[in-house]
Design a protein around this ligand. Structure first.
Ligand code: B12
Length: 212
């Protein structure tokens, strides 16, 4: 791994909020691909942070500052991911399910989908099924993308799909799910149309689901 990527990873792990954007800019100037900065620098750091949290080496406040550092880093990569296309490929509603406030992964998925030419409506975190249904009825998206990072909030995905079914909306929108604890088999079990393990897969899946 390049020195700069390693420094980006270390900066997120050690919560260097004032350093991160300079490091990301340097990586860009060195010609490192944005996807590599995200995957091997920023995301790789969060895996270490999660492990340290599991091992009780750090606690929620530290995890939060690492998350803020990561978000600052993402802001610096974002302009490079913008799509040149003028006609959107389709509309996607994205949100993190009720009870869950993790949004870093969802935000990366959003950036990559926008970069691939989709119009994305981000409904944020802690998304209730009621608000979701209201927005699906109002916007009529091609795809709904749901994110969950907690094993305790994954059942909210199932609940959302059941409610969409009950309201007759399930056949009108393709549903994709993701987030660290989510799997292909879980997606199948709850009746989602697809699962993406990362933001790259989210883009491939979105294209497949609506055939663009
Ligand atoms: C940062 C973080 C936080 C931050 C979140 C800040 C934020 N704004 O997001 C804060 C400090 C707030 C936090 C809080 C908590 N957290 Co936390 N957190 C994490 C941590 C370290 C990183 C998550 C992350 O951002 N990963 C990086 C992103 C890029 O990865 P990702 O989210 O998986 O997303 C990728 C893919 O999954 C996929 N994807 C994601 N969404 C979607 C959606 C679609 C449609 C598709 C196709 C793909 C897709 O693409 C993304 C990009 O490649 C994880 C550990 C880990 N390694 O996951 C713990 C972790 C998720 N947290 C955990 C816990 C326990 C908590 C708390 C309960 C702690 C507490 N006691 O309060 C609270 C819960 C708060 C709540 N109600 O939601 C546990 C969950 C355990 C479990 N079994 O459920 C973890 C696993 C830590 C651990 N090892 O124990 N957390």
């Amino acid at each position: 791994m390049s020195d700069t990527l390693q420094q980006i990873k270390d900066a997120v792990i050690t919560r260097q909020r004032t350093e991160i954007q300079g490091l990301v800019t340097r990586a860009i100037e060195e010609g490192i691909e944005p996807k590599s900065i995200i995957d091997h620098g920023l995301i790789a750091a969060m895996d270490v942070v999660g492990q340290r949290f599991s091992d009780s080496e750090i606690f929620v406040p530290e995890m939060l500052v690492s998350a803020l550092t990561m978000k600052l880093g993402l802001e610096s990569v974002k302009p490079l991911l913008k799509s040149e296309e003028s006609e959107p490929k389709g509309t996607i509603i994205l949100g993190t399910v009720k009870g869950d406030i993790h949004d870093i992964g969802k935000n990366i998925v959003k950036m990559m989908l926008e970069g691939a030419g989709f119009e994305v409506v981000d409904l944020g975190v802690n998304l209730t099924v009621e608000k979701l249904i209201e927005q699906i009825e109002a916007i009529g998206p091609d795809i709904l993308g749901l994110s969950a990072l907690l094993t305790t909030t994954m059942p909210e995905m199932k609940r959302a799909i059941q409610e969409l079914q009950a309201k007759g909306l399930k056949e009108k929108v393709k549903i994709m799910v993701g987030g660290a604890p989510v799997s292909n088999s879980f997606a199948e079990e709850i009746g989602a149309d697809g699962y993406g393990a990362d933001a790259g897969e989210a883009v491939v899946l979105a294209r497949q689901l609506i055939g663009v």
